[in-house]
Structure formats: C-alpha cells, structure tokens
Design a protein around this ligand. Structure first.
Ligand code: TRP
Ligand code: SF4
Length: 351
C-alpha cells in the first residue's frame, strides 16, 4: 500500500515521555465522520510519529450494546481499519489490531471484574447516561455494566502509560486507575497507572447544533460526496438568534463557523468572524463557501479511501499482523498477572 498522506487537521501533542506506550481504540459501529477524525484520529496520527502506539478496533465493546444483531460486524471492522489507514494511521509506525483477536483481554477482564466493586460501575457517568438515553436496546446486561472493566483490561494489558480519549471517556480512565491501585494493593504492582491524554481540539457540532454523532443523524461522513456535503450544509442550523438576513449573528455559537475553522483559509475565517457580527454576510453565502472548502478538505481522504477499499485483503492482513504483535505483548503481561495472583508458579513462567 502507498504511504499515508495524513489529512491536515489542527492538533497539538501534549507532553509525554519519549518511550511511553500509548493505547486507544474505537468501537466499530460504521463509517467514521469528521467528528471522529478531529476528535481522535488526528491525534493518533500525531502520536504515532513519536511513541510506541497501539490502536485497536474495539469489537467486543461494540457488542456490549449491539449484541442482538451482529450481521454487519465484519463489514464494520473492515470499514474501521480502512478509515484508519485512509486518514494516515500507519501500520509501519503503530500496532493496529482487533480486540477479539487477542483473547487475553477477556482473561484480564475476568480477573479485574473479581476486584471491582459494583458501586464503582453503577456510578460511572456514561453508564447512567446511556441507560437513561438509549431506549431501543436492553442495556440491563451484565456485560454492559462491566464495559469499563473491559476497557481497563484493554489499557492495563499493554501497560499503557497514556490513553488519548475524548472528554466523555475520562471517567473510564479514572476508573482504570482505581482498579490498577486496587490490584497493586492485593497482588503487587504489575501495571503502571495510565493517564488520559485529552484530545486538544474542541468537539465538533453536527448539522443540528448537537454534538456530532452517527446516532443523532447529524454527522458529515468522510465518505460523503460533494453533493451530499452541500445539501447537508445548506440545511445546517446557524446562530438560532439570527432570524433575518439583517440581524447580526454570533459565529461563536454557530456550528457552520466551527466547520469554517476546520477547513477554510484563515482570511475567510477572519472575514466571516467580522462580517457575521455586523450582518455583512448572509448565512446562505457563508454556508456555500464553507461547503466548498469542506468538500475540498475531504477530497484527498475520499480518494485514498476508495483506493484502499479496492484491496480488502491487504486491510485484513494489516489487522492480522498487528493482532499477532499485540498478542505477544498481552501474553507477556498475563504471565506476570498469573504469577502475581498465584495462579501459576513463577518458575513455570513462559512454559
Ligand atoms: N470506550 C471507548 C469509546 O467508546 C472505546 C474503547 C474501548 C477504548 N477500550 C478502550 C478507548 C481503551 C481507549 C482505551 O470510545
Ligand atoms: Fe453562522 Fe455564517 Fe450565518 Fe454567521 S453568517 S450565523 S457564521 S452561517
């Protein structure tokens, strides 16, 4: 496969020790949108240049909510890895793997579940929020409650020092740290305490002004054509207080302006910023300009994606090779865990 040309996305890398191991994953629930790119993948591309990175497809995590119908799962896994490669995640620099291909995650999950108090899981904010908001699925399952324990296992099994995530995941990293300390109290130190690496870019708003999310139907996908982008943008919410063309607007609360900042040249951003505030530009024109720039910004990705799509065998191979590498690291950690918990004689390690 040709080397990746990462998309230009504003991103800064926080201070991390040079040889740190970095781990992150995304759930394979469909094609990625520009919110994923700005929120997670742009950061991965920067991190892989400097650190020992492990990036994975969290297929077991997807099943904690999408367990009833797994028919699309293979395609979603393939789509995810295709997207990773298309934006520039590079198998020569980072280990790209599939969670369920490294079954040691499940063994560590079991052992950590033994020491995790139920109360810690019941008060996890994402758990409470999703139980209240997701009505079309029965999430009253054992597996869904244990989701953050599985996530802890994902992180600890690679002894990751840093975990790049969005703000909504920080509580899960905190929980991982608590589980890590509890493990050390009982069995001795095996794992370093991981730290969250907050993605520096602010969360992108979708076409309806809410957080961009596939499940809200307000996302712009990296696979959208120019026509789709133009039609989505023309229907986009603007500053709700700007009712008439003659009303001055406030770009700071307008999702269209958020996207200008992502894809438009600085002078356009500056012009919109001043002209909108004195009703010097109308929303229709402002949106047209933005849609054109967004389509241009996305085009190199789309081209690259369509090339990679032609070679699914190579994509599967990347995942296969990466999963083998991840397995070696995970298996070594599990030997230490088994010894620490007296499940195995230390002298029999590696046999
Ligand atoms: N919970 C994460 C999400 O929904 C995905 C995930 C699973 C993850 N395991 C992880 C992220 C480990 C970072 C580290 O986005
Ligand atoms: Fe938003 Fe542009 Fe309209 Fe201002 S002019 S409210 S930035 S769409």
């Amino acid at each position: 496969m040709p080397p990746a040309t990462p998309l230009a996305v504003p991103s800064t890398t926080p201070a991390v020790p040079a040889n740190a191991r970095v781990l992150s994953g995304l759930r394979p629930t469909g094609k990625i949108h520009i919110g994923h790119l700005v929120g997670a993948l742009a950061n991965w591309i920067e991190l892989q240049k400097k650190y020992n990175c492990y990036f994975f497809v969290a297929d077991w995590h997807a099943l904690t909510t999408h367990y009833a119908d797994t028919s699309g799962l293979q395609q979603f896994i393939l789509d995810s890895v295709t997207d990773y490669l298309a934006v520039g995640v590079d198998p020569a620099k980072a280990v790209i793997f599939q969670q369920s291909r490294v079954p040691e995650h499940a063994e560590l999950h079991l052992l950590l579940s033994l020491i995790t108090p139920l109360g810690w899981l019941e008060r996890t904010p994402t758990y409470k929020e999703q139980r209240e908001n997701i009505q079309d699925k029965d999430l009253g399952t054992y597996g869904f409650l244990g989701y953050p324990v599985l996530q802890s296992a994902d992180i600890l099994i690679y002894k990751a020092g840093f975990v790049p995530v969005g703000a909504d995941q920080v509580a899960h990293i905190e929980l991982t740290r608590e589980i890590c300390r509890r493990f050390a109290n009982f069995y001795g130190p095996v794992f370093p305490e991981p730290q969250p690496l907050l993605t520096p870019t602010p969360r992108l708003l979708g076409t309806d002004g809410r957080k961009m999310s596939k499940s809200y139907g307000n996302a712009i996908f990296l696979s959208d054509t120019e026509t789709e982008i133009r039609s989505k943008v023309s229907n986009m919410l603007t500053d709700p207080a700007r009712q008439r063309r003659t009303d001055p607007g406030n770009p700071d609360v307008c999702p269209v302006f958020g996207l200008h900042k992502l894809c438009s040249p600085q002078e356009t951003i500056d012009t919109v910023n001043t002209e909108c505030r004195r009703a010097g530009i109308g929303c229709v024109d402002c949106k047209k300009q933005m849609a054109g720039n967004l389509a241009q910004w996305i085009a190199p990705f789309t081209e690259r994606r369509s090339k990679i799509e032609q070679q699914p065998d190579q994509v599967w191979d990347v995942l296969e090779q990466g999963s083998k590498k991840a397995h070696i690291t995970a298996a070594a950690t599990m030997e230490e865990v088994r010894a620490a918990m007296n499940l195995k004689q230390p002298s029999l390690l590696h046999s």
